[in-house]
Design a protein around this ligand. Structure first.
Ligand code: ZN
Length: 262
């Protein structure tokens, strides 16, 4: 095998460290702060943190997620080095992968899409979208296609979100009637609206429509599987109403299907 394969392995490892770092500190402090132990909150020295050592204070090992992210980052970097995305090429594709990694981990762990990451994503999205459409249009035209996609991604999800709040209100009334406390969860989080706006900037118009359809179908399929599993266990009535589905990762998969085509 060619020694050049070391490039995506090393870059993928570094990318994994960054995804882990951002996912560890951003939900807590909203900025790039000193990492702390998730067990005892003691600050972790950078050398320990970056070499994935256990906490010296309480002995808590680094999470399973930390290792999963490292492995997945290296694997996907190697894959996209060998089979680069036609639309993005390797360098820009790598940046998008890191961004998607951070959003996915934070959304899965905290059910949260942070505004600063959405803002950073908007800048990245505009660059990616403009780059993709620059093969077809002049600069102004490609910026326009990216912005149009962003507007569509944001606008469509905003309407769905409004519909979702109506459903949530109905659900809250049902839960009160059933004697359960209203947990104020939303079917579609407000953060998803910003995320699909970012994905729209990346994909442009009309590709964002396909990504939204993929995302809704994948998310719907996952919900159906989940509900069937509950039905089998005869626990539908009480649990299905309590369950929140993070849609963000499904939209990211939908967009990735389009962005990372070889
Ligand atoms: Zn500790």
């Amino acid at each position: 095998m060619d020694a050049a394969i070391l490039v995506p392995i090393v870059l993928g490892w570094v990318a994994g460290l960054f995804i882990n770092y951002a996912s560890d500190v951003l939900p807590r402090t909203r900025r790039f702060s000193q990492p702390t132990c998730s067990g005892c909150e003691a600050p972790l020295p950078w050398t320990d943190y970056l070499t994935l050592r256990a906490c010296r204070n309480c002995g808590k090992k680094r999470s399973l997620r930390t290792w999963l992210v490292q492995i997945l980052a290296v694997a996907s970097f190697v894959y996209f080095w060998l089979v680069p995305s036609k639309a993005l090429g390797f360098p820009l594709g790598a940046l998008v992968l890191v961004y998607f990694g951070i959003i996915t981990v934070i959304d899965l762990e905290h059910r949260l899409i942070l505004h600063p990451t959405s803002l950073a994503g908007a800048a990245l999205g505009l660059i990616v979208g403009t780059f993709i459409y620059s093969r077809k249009y002049e600069l102004l035209g490609s910026v326009g296609m990216s912005l149009l996609g962003g507007l569509a991604g944001f606008g469509i999800m905003f309407l769905l979100y409004q519909f979702g709040t109506l459903v949530a209100r109905f659900r809250a009334r049902k839960m009160q009637a059933a004697g359960q406390a209203d947990d104020e969860e939303e079917a579609l989080g407000g953060g998803d609206v910003y995320l699909t706006g970012v994905l729209g900037l990346m994909l442009g118009w009309p590709a964002i429509l396909a990504a939204l359809v993929y995302g809704v179908l994948l998310g719907g399929l996952a919900s159906i599987i989940f509900i069937v599993a509950l039905l089998v266990r005869r626990r539908y009535a009480s649990e299905a109403l309590m369950t929140f589905i993070p849609y963000g990762p499904y939209f990211i998969i939908g967009a990735s299907l389009l962005l990372f085509r070889p």
